[in-house]
Design a protein around this ligand. Structure first.
Ligand SMILES: *[C@@H]1O[C@H](CO)[C@@H](O)[C@H](O)[C@H]1NC(C)=O
Ligand SMILES: *[C@@H]1O[C@H](CO)[C@@H](O)[C@H](O)[C@H]1NC(C)=O
Length: 275
């Protein structure tokens, strides 16, 4: 589900290889291209990423990831939410193995979906894709914070988070023809300078993107909306939200929405609720 119309594109003004692109709609995961097993990706130690959210339809089908940033708010990708009403979906926190009731799960309904006002699915006039691919989900009752459900800190607006090792997580497909993962997966990835990412994707990249690349590792369908976290002075911070990638979840940089470029909007939405 959630497959975007694969948009074929590129050609004229791309500097390097002409690449077909497609939107990654739901999901992420990490796959070893050389083997059907996840590579670079591995099972997380249970609840090492206590901000990770699974976004599901009420039947329990996982379709996107998210990140808890406050007891009331989960940040995810706008393209995950475009076609949903709040009453159609739920957020699961404290989750590790999707198919098992482990006793740590917290299920929350959604009272509101707030898409970034700047989100736009396709901006052909600017030749970039999914700008401001962020949505905030307001939980109808707040998360109970404990050792397995904890918000992730927002990033330092003065840092670029490029050229570092960061960690992506999700239950997305473990390869383009594979199913989603049952146990939450993680992978360490290198964050690129946007200029390096433009070598592959050209003008599909804009300043609000943060690209990641490590050979054999890519978020895949079902990872969308999920967090990219980087270690800062005081622990992990949320640097990106999974937006889109190569259609084969393969060997090209994958694109996140930079959280630093959206802090004003995020704080605004949270403040309005409190007001
Ligand atoms: C959450 O939403 C579902 C579907 O609309 C509903 O059946 C359920 O009662 C709701 N739960 C709470 C706690 O409101
Ligand atoms: C970011 O830089 C500005 C200007 O140098 C400074 O005023 C601000 O305190 C910095 N913010 C953080 C979180 O370090």
């Amino acid at each position: 589900m959630h497959t975007f119309i694969p948009t074929v594109l590129l050609s004229h003004n791309i500097k390097m290889k002409p690449i077909f692109i497609s939107f990654l709609a739901a999901g992420n995961s990490v796959k070893n291209i050389l083997s059907p097993q996840i590579s670079g990706g591995q099972n997380v130690f249970p609840h090492d990423f206590p901000w990770q959210a699974s976004i599901q339809v009420h039947t329990g089908h996982h379709f996107c990831g998210g990140a808890l940033i406050d007891p009331y708010w989960v940040l995810t990708a706008a393209h995950c939410m475009e076609h949903h009403q709040p009453n159609q979906i739920r957020v699961v926190l404290g989750e590790h193995t999707l198919s098992e009731a482990e006793g740590s799960e917290q299920y929350r309904n959604i009272s509101r979906i707030v898409l970034s006002p700047f989100f736009n699915a396709v901006r052909p006039e600017y030749n970039y894709h999914l700008p401001y691919d962020l949505a905030m989900l307001e939980l109808s009752t707040p998360a109970n914070l404990n050792s397995v459900v904890k918000p992730i800190s927002l990033p330092d607006p003065n840092r670029s988070y490029s050229g570092r090792f960061c960690i992506l997580t999700g239950w997305g497909n473990t390869g383009v023809n594979e199913d989603g993962a049952d146990v939450l997966q993680m992978a360490e990835v290198n964050t690129l300078d946007n200029r390096m990412c433009e070598d592959t994707w050209g003008y599909y990249i804009y300043f609000g993107n943060l690209c990641v690349y490590t050979y054999g590792v890519a978020p895949c369908q079902g990872d969308s909306g999920g967090p990219l976290v980087c270690l800062d002075n005081n622990g992990y911070v949320l640097a990106g939200i999974s937006s889109w990638a190569d259609i084969d979840c393969g060997d090209h940089p994958s694109i996140y929405t930079r959280v630093t470029e959206n802090l004003g909007w995020i704080r605004d939405v949270m403040d309005k609720r409190r007001a």
